[in-house]
Each structure stands twice: as structure tokens, then as C-alpha cells.
Design a protein around this ligand. Structure first.
Ligand SMILES: Nc1nc2c(ncn2[C@@H]2O[C@H](COP(=O)(O)OP(=O)(O)OP(=O)(O)O)[C@@H](O)[C@H]2O)c(=O)[nH]1
Ligand SMILES: [Mg+2]
Length: 333
């Protein structure tokens, strides 16, 4: 049944399904001026130009993390500094792409080893090269975190955001991003400092396919190295029916995950955004996921990239790595 649901999520379709619960209705509307207000505005004399240009205050999305993750310990400034340093100097390498789960490195070997285990007697003392009881490559796998979400949610861009120094405004281009939904077609792996891997996945919903859905589902269910998933939700669009189905899938398969809101720079009315989040608090709490608020684009009104330092910390923590860790492979300048 769950298999079927997931297949449906990825089915080539742009249909919008009628929502059944509140969480799917998070749509952040653009503020529209009332006609009478617009008229009044038109008649009123032009305000005198100030000598100093008006400065638009930058919203502070880090406030939202504190508000919606009360049970969680707040990171210290020194942890944040050292984790930022880790990402600034770590060598980031694109490693592999897989169109089928069996093409994911290590999985063919794991399948062979599982077959061998079935025929091997319980008291067998056979060792593999490297003097290990399981093949060395399987013992030594790096932890992985996966970015999931609807097509166009900003998964590939977030990966580039994470790996770009926060002082810069233009992002690195390790993962290929596009404004066309359904751009990423395979699982793509990026090695970060030879300490862990970030896996970019094909989006579900618009312009996706069954094959991609099955691939992601198999990866989530079977990949032993997977430490945590990050479910990306565009803050501009909010949750959709497919997102709720994916949450349900992860809950029932005991796959730990966090929720990352992307495109916070596009939220027109932050108060409406918070109201909708509050209306869905019961559902969100039941997921046990932390809520992280990010923007990958810097605009006139949103001059900083928010949430990235926190996301970096949570990624290291979910891989069982200390924020004080040094990359074992450094970026060459
Ligand atoms: N304004 C703004 N645009 C963003 C942000 N994140 C991503 N985008 C844009 O959204 C579009 C889609 O981004 P991608 O990173 O390709 O999205 P994806 O989830 O990888 O999409 P698929 O590969 O199709 O599943 C691109 O045009 C990005 O520039 C953000 O935080 N703010
Ligand atoms: Mg992508």
C-alpha cells in the first residue's frame, strides 16, 4: 500500500490534489492593496525625499528556529564558528550518480555478501581482504544525509548554499540547479571533506517519474549508511499532499528526518507564515522533526543567507560527528 502511495507521489503529473488536512493548505498569499487604499495613495502628495535612503530592515529568520524548536539545545557561538570553518575548508567532491538503487556504490557487494551469508555456516571464520569479517568497503562506508522534496523545492541549490562560504553572495555550483522543475533525475552523491556524503535526490510531483520514485524509496529503506533525511518544503508554497505522504512513509519506516523550509526570502508576510505554522503545530510536533528556516538567495530585503550555519551543525550531529571536527580532505585554493 505504502509502495503504491509513494509511486503515486512520483507519477508524472501536475495535478493538484484536493487537500484533506490543514497542513496542506499553507499558501502564503501576496498582500493585495484594497482599491480605496490605492486611490488614497495615488492622491496623496509625493513624500519629501529624505537625504538618507530608507533602509529596509533585514528579517531575522534565526528567531523562528528558537521559537519552533523549544525542546532542543541551542548551539553555542563557538560550535557555529567551528562548523562554518569545517564547511569553508572541506573539499567537496561530486562522487557518483545512480539511476537504480543497485548502482549505488557498495550495494552490489552488499547483495553478494548477503547471498553468501545465507549459505555460510554460523561458525564460519572466513575473513575478507583487510582481515575483516564483512567486506572492508562495507565496514568503512561514510555516513550519508539525503535531501528530499518536491521538484523545484530547492534541494540542489541548498547543497550549493551549504558548501559556499557565508561571506559570499554567489553560490558554488557543485550540484546542478535549474528553475525547471524535475531537473535532477538520479541520486547524486557529494563527498564533504571525506567525512560524510550529501545525497541530492530527484524531486517528487511535477515532472517526475515512477522510476525516480522507486529509486528514492529503495534508497531510503535500504541504505545502511543513511543517517538522516532533510525534507525540503518551499516556504512560498507550504506543505502539499505529497509531502504529507512522504512524512508518513518516513515515520512508518523509522527513517529519522528534519524539515527545512527553503526560499524564506520569498515569504511576503512573515506573520501569516507563522500563523499557518502555529495552526499545524500538533501535526509538526508529531513528526519529532526540527524546523529549520533557510534562504539560498540574497535579495534587497533579505541580505543574509539564514539557517545555513544551523543546518551545517545538524548535519554533522546527525552523522555522529563533532562540530570541532576537521575535514580529512581540505579544499585546494
Ligand atoms: N528565491 C529563491 N530561489 C531559490 C531558493 N532555493 C532555490 N531557488 C530557486 O528555485 C529553483 C529550483 O531550485 P533547484 O535547487 O534546482 O530545485 P530542486 O529541488 O533541486 O529541483 P529538482 O531537481 O527539479 O527536483 C532554481 O531556480 C533556484 O534558483 C531560495 O532559497 N530562494
Ligand atoms: Mg535538483
Amino acid at each position: 500500500m505504502r509502495h503504491m502511495l509513494w509511486r503515486r507521489c512520483f507519477h508524472q503529473s501536475s495535478r493538484l490534489f484536493a487537500p484533506t488536512i490543514d497542513i496542506k493548505n499553507i499558501v502564503f498569499k501576496t498582500k493585495v492593496d484594497h482599491p480605496s487604499i490605492s486611490k488614497a495613495k495615488a492622491k496623496s502628495p509625493k513624500p519629501l525625499q529624505s537625504k538618507h535612503p530608507k533602509t529596509v530592515p533585514t528579517p531575522d529568520f534565526s528567531r523562528l528556529y528558537k521559537k519552533y524548536n523549544k525542546g532542543h539545545i541551542e548551539p553555542t557561538a563557538s560550535d557555529v564558528n567551528s562548523v562554518n570553518h569545517f564547511f569553508n575548508i572541506a573539499d567537496i567532491k561530486y562522487e557518483w550518480s545512480a539511476g537504480q538503487f543497485i548502482d549505488v556504490p557498495g550495494e552490489k557487494l552488499r547483495e553478494k555478501y548477503d547471498e553468501e551469508l545465507k549459505v555460510r555456516s554460523a561458525d564460519s571464520t572466513k575473513k575478507f581482504p583487510g582481515k575483516t569479517y564483512v567486506p572492508f568497503e562495507l565496514v568503512n562506508g561514510l555516513p550519508e544525509v539525503a535531501f528530499l522534496g518536491k521538484s523545484n523545492a530547492g534541494k540542489s541549490t541548498l547543497l550549493n548554499n551549504l558548501t559556499t562560504d557565508l561571506k559570499r553572495t554567489s553560490l558554488d555550483g557543485f550540484a546542478r540547479a535549474s528553475r525547471w522543475a524535475g531537473f535532477t533525475k538520479t541520486l547524486n552523491s557529494f563527498n564533504v571533506g571525506n567525512r560524510f556524503r550529501i545525497i541530492d535526490t530527484p524531486g517528487y510531483g511535477f515532472n517526475s517519474s515512477n522510476t525516480q520514485g522507486i529509486l528514492t524509496m529503495e534508497y531510503l529503506k535500504n541504505r545502511k549508511e543513511l543517517s538522516r533525511c532533510f525534507l525540503l518544503i518551499s516556504a512560498e508554497q507550504g506543505f502539499g499532499e505529497f509531502d504529507v505522504q512522504v512524512i508518513d512513509f518516513m515515520k512508518s519506516n523509522a527513517i529519522p528526518f528534519e524539515i527545512v523550509f527553503t526560499k524564506m526570502d520569498k515569504v511576503q508576510n512573515i506573520k501569516d507564515f507563522e500563523k499557518t505554522l502555529e495552526a499545524d503545530q500538533e501535526f509538526l510536533r508529531s513528526t519529532m522533526a526540527r524546523l529549520i528556516f533557510t534562504n539560498s538567495s540574497v535579495t534587497k530585503t533579505c541580505k543574509k543567507r539564514f539557517g545555513i550555519d544551523l543546518l551545517r551543525l545538524i548535519i554533522l550531529e546527525s552523522c555522529g560527528l563533532s562540530p570541532r571536527l576537521k575535514p580529512s580532505r581540505k579544499r585546494s585554493v
